[in-house]
Design a protein around this ligand. Structure first.
Ligand code: NAP
Ligand code: G3P
Length: 477
């Protein structure tokens, strides 16, 4: 349906398709072209997925698992190509690109292992008053049908696979809409599954801009499940339009690192800086604000300053860096607006605050107040606000005032204080003495409030993309 080799694409420019140029965020160069699919082509892809579902659902689980194990191996065989592509297409540094691929191969294998251990159950009727043993239910898990997987730009391999692999192992077929910047990686990923033996029609990629084909796909009557990762804005739009279609959504976040007075401040500072600035903070789980109690704020800030200075900034094609140019100018302009707003409203700039094109230097602000946009908005970029608080209760209150509820960190040496704070936080996950982060990928991963719907994580994702079926046996008949 499409290909990812620039030369081949260019040679097809005479055909009737429209193409989208994929530009590298690192250099202003076109690194590939993808088709902007028409509605008719989207229909064809969904039709193929619908037809393939009839046979794929009946392929024995161990055969589906074999294909996944093979896909994990094939992916690793293509490590070098994927690394370079991830670096060029979404601006990852080499280390992060490598780890995304290894993690994805592990994810695929673990998915196959997990599915094999998910069994149905039988329920005796006599557990309920008035019924006897002659009635019991055999409860099995059934695939749902055609799953629409929509992924964001920031982990084009991992976040695509975290939808595709659990959907496939459960017997669903997939329509995969990658982020436009990230779709060269998406196309290659689909080739990996095909090379591993996935039958025709089981996994179908549809490329094109979300704001052009998105509404058409999400409202298509033959889509049976939508698994989306991306911004809260787009997620909300999808949830308003999807009629009676189950949704699984991973959306934005404003993860707080709460630092209590007895925290190991050197350790907390190291963790927070790594959590906030790796891949320039373009991670849903990046630390996006610090709430620190006044007693230790100055000391924490001096350690944060020491750590932030160690970050390497620049073009990952030239050297190993932590902070890379942002994905596009719109993203960089947005982060810059937040920086300007904080400065104008009196935040104290501790470090950074510099920009060269789309490269924004790691930026740390102290004395951020609740009037400043950076206190509440998700920058998806390398700016970290510090809000000083008078008490643990104030930290909890500020943390919970956010519209988001993905994760939070609590740094303290006192486990019972940690549990107290954790129990009050309105988030999917609390990390005690660690930066906010998703892995390991078999843990549950979810957001509350505007951070998502439903639970991901290997077993949870398989369960979400299957439905229960009860067959009731009546022996007395
Ligand atoms: P985005 O702009 O929301 O895009 C996400 C995906 O949605 C892309 O594939 C995009 O396609 C597609 N899309 C856009 N408009 C659409 C529409 N009307 N209907 C259907 N699909 C549409 O997000 P992003 O910039 O790629 O990623 C950054 C955001 O994702 C951040 O807010 C971040 O917090 C969030 N995120 C959350 C998690 C999590 O696990 N909670 C993980 C990663 C990222 P196009 O690229 O063609 O526009
Ligand atoms: O933003 C992507 C999300 O999956 C984060 O993963 O491992 O960077 O915390 P991680």
């Amino acid at each position: 349906m499409m290909n990812n080799k620039l030369e081949e694409d260019l040679s097809h420019m005479e055909d009737k398709h429209e193409y989208i140029q994929i530009k590298s965020p690192l250099e202003d160069t076109v690194i590939g072209m993808v088709h902007a699919l028409t509605q008719k082509e989207v229909d064809t892809a969904i039709q193929l997925a619908k037809e393939a579902f009839r046979s794929w659902r009946d392929v024995p689980l161990n055969e589906r698992a074999e294909i996944l194990y093979k896909a994990a191996n094939v992916l690793l065989e293509h490590m070098d190509e994927f690394t370079v592509l991830l670096m060029k297409e979404v601006g990852k540094d080499r280390k992060s690109a490598n780890s995304e691929i290894t993690r994805t191969a592990d994810f695929i294998r673990f998915t196959a292992d997990t599915a094999k251990s998910i069994h149905g159950e039988s329920i005796q009727g006599d557990n309920f008053s008035g019924f006897n043993k002659e009635k019991f239910a055999v409860v099995t898990r059934e695939p749902i049908g055609v799953v629409l997987a929509i992924s964001p730009f920031n982990y084009p391999i991992n976040l695509a696979t975290s939808k595709i692999a659990p959907a496939l192992i459960a017997g669903n077929t997939v329509i995969f809409k990658p982020a436009t910047t990230g779709s060269l990686c998406g196309i290659k990923l689909v080739e990996i599954f095909k090379e591993a033996g996935l039958p025709e029609g089981v996994l179908n990629i549809v490329t094109g801009r979300g704001n052009e084909i998105g509404d058409y796909i999400v409202t298509h009557p033959d889509i049976n499940f939508i698994n989306f990762t991306g911004s809260t804005e787009v997620g909300l739009n999808i949830s308003k339009k999807a009629h009676m279609v189950p949704l699984l959504m991973e959306l934005g976040g404003k993860d707080a690192a709460i630092v209590l007075k007895d925290a190991d401040l050197v350790f907390a500072a190291k963790n927070i800086i790594a959590g906030a600035f790796s891949y320039s903070g373009q991670r849903c789980t990046a630390v996006k604000r610090i709430l620190v109690v006044n007693e230790v704020a100055d000391l924490l800030i001096s350690h944060l300053k020491e750590e932030i200075q160690k970050l390497q900034t620049g073009n990952p094609l030239e050297k190993q860096v932590d902070v890379v140019p942002l994905i596009n100018t719109k993203a960089a302009d947005y982060v810059w607006e937040l920086i300007e707003d904080a400065k104008a409203k009196g935040a104290r700039l501790i470090y950074g605050g510099k920009r060269e094109g789309n490269l924004i230097y790691p930026t740390l602000f102290d004395y951020v107040t609740t009037e400043m946009r950076v206190a509440w908005e998700e920058p998806f970029g390398p700016v970290l606000p510090i809000l000083r608080v008078n008490s643990v209760d104030e930290a909890i209150e500020l943390a919970n005032q956010s519209e988001y509820g993905l994760q939070s960190s609590v740094f303290t040496e006192n486990l019972s204080d940690a549990f107290h704070v954790a129990s009050k936080l309105e988030v999917g996950t609390v990390q005690i003495n660690n930066k906010t982060e998703r892995g390991p990928d078999h843990f549950p991963f979810l957001g509350v409030k505007k951070s998502g719907i439903g639970t991901q994580g290997i077993r949870y994702s398989i369960e979400a993309m299957t439905r229960i079926k009860a067959t009731v046996i009546n022996l007395s008949h």
